[in-house]
Write a protein that binds this ligand. Structure first.
Ligand code: UDP
Length: 305
């Protein structure tokens, strides 16, 4: 029997390592390419060597990417730098990692004649839209280097799909959470911060008045959508990938319980973010299953910090 071979760039990170679990469960052989800047070996240590190969390389700098892509069926390009404020402090680093890195991955994938490439795009491309839930047709509004570099990546992926018939799909992630979410770093995601603060018996840092809302999607729901996409015939498409539900930061804090501490607003952040997910729901017959209440309760139960 021939196994499917999947490459995950950024596979040692939060989303990549969860996706690796899902792919290995359905019988894929997974190759992880990661520079281990934010990724961790421990995120993958539960896998057997026969199912998973890990290479410590930087996709934006490596001169011989082609060797890793030979014989690959699917490419999941998740490697990249996240977070807004560091991207304003060091835009060059973000352009190299997120834009040049994507170009290199797409070129290697094209040479390897892969069956599908999925790009992790970002809902930050909608900037300060006032149109909710936001559909893929909404105008692009790039408010900081992070959003710009992720969007350039998407443009690269889609232009290769258009010009060369590459089987590429771009998924615009909303706020993804779940096990192995980063809990360190000044600008880490809200649920990661709240988990760490709960563990350390510190007050929850609520930015602004906490009335801002986000669309939180569990990483298991996201991984299921990835798998449905590779099983489909879809190519050259862009989809929002969120839960389609809005949750305020105050209500996330309430789910955690405990004291709150209000901290100053962060520059460049929208007040609200909410995905219209009708397009992906229809095209792959998928729907998110894990509510935010259930997702957070599971994280707390698993004592995941
Ligand atoms: N946030 C918060 N406390 C934190 C971290 C974040 O209240 O410790 C807020 C943040 O200001 C934003 C929302 O939570 O309004 C989501 O932030 P995150 O960094 O998780 O994702 P973003 O949507 O900003 O990319």
């Amino acid at each position: 029997m021939k196994f499917s071979k999947s490459i995950i760039t950024g596979g040692a990170g939060f989303i990549g390592s969860n996706l690796a679990d899902h792919l290995i469960r359905i019988g894929h052989k997974v190759i992880v390419l990661d520079n281990f800047v934010s990724g961790k070996k421990s995120n993958l240590s539960h896998h057997k060597k026969k199912n998973l190969k890990i290479f410590k390389i930087d996709i934006s700098k490596n001169k011989n990417l082609d060797q890793y892509f030979k014989g690959a069926d699917y490419v999941f390009h998740l490697a990249g730098l996240a977070e807004i404020i560091p991207s304003i402090k060091n835009p060059r680093k973000y352009f190299i990692n997120n834009a040049i890195g994507t170009l290199k991955v797409v070129q290697a994938a094209k040479k390897a004649k892969i069956k599908k490439l999925i790009y992790a795009a970002s809902s930050s491309c909608y900037g300060n839209t006032k149109s909710f839930p936001t559909s893929e047709k909404e105008k692009i509004d790039l408010k900081h280097p992070y959003a710009a570099t992720k969007f350039i990546g998407e443009e690269i992926v889609m232009s290769y799909a258009l010009s060369f018939g590459m089987p590429n799909i771009s998924l615009r992630f909303f706020n993804v959470y779940g096990p192995r979410l980063n809990t360190s770093g000044q600008y880490s995601a809200v649920i990661g911060n709240f988990l760490k603060q709960t563990k350390n018996k510190k007050p929850l840092t609520v930015v602004g008045d906490g009335k801002q809302t986000r669309d939180f999607i569990h990483v298991d729901d996201l991984s299921e959508a990835f798998i449905k996409i590779i099983k489909s015939k879809l190519v050259n498409k862009i989809y929002n990938l969120g839960s389609g539900k809005k949750t305020s930061i105050n209500s996330i804090a309430k789910l955690f319980g405990g004291k709150k501490k209000y901290v100053p607003l962060r520059p460049g952040e929208p007040k609200h973010s909410l995905a219209n997910i009708s397009k992906i729901k229809k095209d792959i017959n998928w729907r998110p299953k894990i509510s935010i209440k259930e997702g957070i309760s599971n994280l707390k139960k698993a004592n995941f910090y």
